[in-house]
Design a protein around this ligand. Sequence first.
Ligand code: VGL
Ligand code: ZN
Length: 225
Amino acid sequence: MERIDFEKDIELDKKDALIIVDMQNDFIPGGSLAVEEGDLIIYGINQLAKLLKKKKATIVLTQDWHPKNHLSFASNHPGKNPGDEFMSEDGAIGPVLWPDHCVQGTKGAEFHKEVKTKLADKIIQKGMNPNVDSYSGFQDNDKKSKTGLKKYLDSKKIKHIFVCGLALDYCCYYTAMDGFDFGYEVFFLVNLTRGVDLPVGNVENALNNLKNTGIKFAKIESFIQ
Ligand code: VGL
Ligand code: ZN
């Protein structure tokens, strides 16, 4: 992507929601599916969360929450390794297999200790069906089952969502795209995300698709304090 144009002078209010995607130990350096520099975005996410709280906006955390037998794990496919290409016909699993991560009840599935989880109004868990992955905070990859995020946002009359967290090209990307499809105005907080870039080029593709879809980009400086 040539360059990113950031929005200016965004005035936050109670129709806004910050969606903080999967800020869990396994996605942060030291974790099993560590995203490079994933720890560096925590401070900014907390700052923004405090600002949203002040403006009476809503804060949602998503949490990847897999059973041990989840089919996105390479370990559940004999002979396969993490990073291997794998795509199921209905799009439920893939395009690559992952190391075991965010297994329910493990340390790796917990939010990073520096993330201010007390500011959250709601936690949305996803990825519990062993046969289907759920990159989006809204629904499973096969789009058959919903997480409850849309219902929750609509109950609070949310119109605009701001997406940050991990990983840029998976869970943040699909959450933003579904948010757009479901009718919200979507702002992608690109500086408060980091990507896995698997397969290589995936981050660039994701950013281009977001832009071409009509999703806007914002950063901390975009907001009126
Ligand atoms: C994610 C891969 C597998 C993410 C979750 O949070 O982006 N990526 N599970
Ligand atoms: Zn996962």
